[in-house]
Design a protein around this ligand. Structure first.
Ligand code: SAH
Length: 367
């Protein structure tokens, strides 16, 4: 067992089984042994790769999308430009470089990063050298002002709880100990308020996931955007009210058993975009429809940009550029599994590239 595995086993022996959310939180963020605490998990030598690490075009398209929203909202002279879970800082670096061609926008922006990992904060400092940057622990620490915020593959790292549907209630899947090893068990079934709305559309035996931290984080972003203006672009893998077990662990780019090596593998779960939309709307902001990443990037002009960049490239550099474009957009690669949703103020033009939600036309749910 890993050192964190021994700590968790001792805790379970003393206090009983823990939820998957408690397990995931410890594995990712334990002060000494958490996965994100001490390492840079990205790239070929790491455990996984993300869209901004694949190509600069990803950040360029997101930057153009935010810039159009900034212009549509009257180009406010002081804005908070923020990213939640910025990894190596590559996305924000690409965004800032792109925004230089939007007169006035970088001068208006103070840059804010929300990052839990000290190791990754150091990487971000290097990536953004030469530009003042402010780090925070959570979105509620951001300063006031119009908020233009990005999050790529952040929400999938938030701990989830998992429930098995029974006739009328839910049995929570928990981490317990069996034969000296961490193993999944089931708590007795009972009602669970946060999943009451999922009794419709599910059947006994179905597994449903719930991310307890999501509503407060998305709600904080929504409240700020509803009050001060701005826009949020959230990109992640997942769907609308997903069903089934999506809890997964990756190590060295391969799926591994999520209970096998606590603290040494990246743990994620699919993001429920319906929960994001509901949290944005409950906070008084508007949400777009969930849009596939490939469609979103195409609408923003990624192919024209790819062709322009290709003109400078030859040989293997050209091959990997073409492969990167395909990887970001093709339905069999990241184009369909990854989705985008935006939050914007009611009455403001939605950020470009996203499908419009007809829910936001009828304001029936709006307080
Ligand atoms: N957006 C980056 C990184 C995605 S990985 C990219 O696309 O490459 C997830 C990121 O979220 C990491 O930077 C991780 O340290 C950070 N993170 C995970 N949980 C967090 C939390 N609870 N609070 C703040 N940051 C968190």
């Amino acid at each position: 067992m890993t050192p964190l595995g021994r700590i968790l086993a001792a805790r379970i022996a003393a206090e009983g089984p823990i939820t998957l959310a408690d397990y995931m939180a410890a594995c990712l963020l334990h002060p000494r042994h958490g996965y994100y605490r001490g390492r840079d998990p990205f790239g070929a030598s790491g455990d996984f790769t993300t869209a901004p690490e694949i190509s600069q075009m990803f950040g360029e398209m997101l930057a153009l999308c935010l810039a159009q929203s900034w212009l549509d909202q009257g180009a406010p002279g002081r804005i908070v430009l923020a990213e939640i879970g910025p990894g190596r800082g590559t996305l924000m670096a690409d965004v800032l470089r792109t925004l230089k061609s939007v007169p006035g926008m970088t001068a208006a922006a103070s840059v804010h990063l929300i990052e839990a990992s000290p190791a990754l904060r150091a990487r971000q400092r290097e990536a953004l050298e030469g530009r003042p940057v402010h780090w925070h622990d959570q979105p509620s620490d951001l300063p006031d002002g119009p908020l233009f915020v990005l999050a790529n593959e952040f929400f999938d790292a938030l701990p989830i709880r998992q429930f098995l549907r029974h006739e009328k209630g839910w049995a929570e899947r928990q981490v317990s100990i069996r034969d000296g090893k961490l193993a999944l068990g089931l708590a007795p079934a009972g009602p669970f308020g946060a999943l009451a709305h999922r009794l419709d559309g599910t059947r006994p035996g179905d597994i449903v996931e719930h991310c307890p931290a999501l509503p407060a984080i998305a709600g904080e972003i929504g409240t700020r955007i509803a009050t001060d203006g701005g826009a949020a672009l959230i990109v992640d893998y997942g769907g609308w009210r997903g069903l089934g077990d999506t809890f997964q662990a990756l190590k060295a780019h391969r799926p591994v058993d999520p209970l096998a090596e606590p603290g040494l593998a990246d743990l994620t779960a699919h993001v429920d975009f319906a929960a994001l939309a509901a949290a944005f709307r409950a906070s008084g902001a508007a949400a777009t429809a969930m849009t596939p990443q490939g469609v979103f990037l195409e609408r923003l002009g990624i192919t024209a940009r790819a062709n322009a960049l290709a003109e400078q490239l030859r040989g293997t550099a050209l091959d990997s550029h073409v492969a990167a474009h395909r990887r970001l957009t093709h339905p069999e690669e990241m184009g369909k599994l990854f989705k985008v949703i935006a939050c914007h103020p009611f009455g403001a033009t939605p950020p470009p590239g996203l499908d419009i939600s007809n829910k936001d036309d009828a304001r029936d749910y709006h307080p």
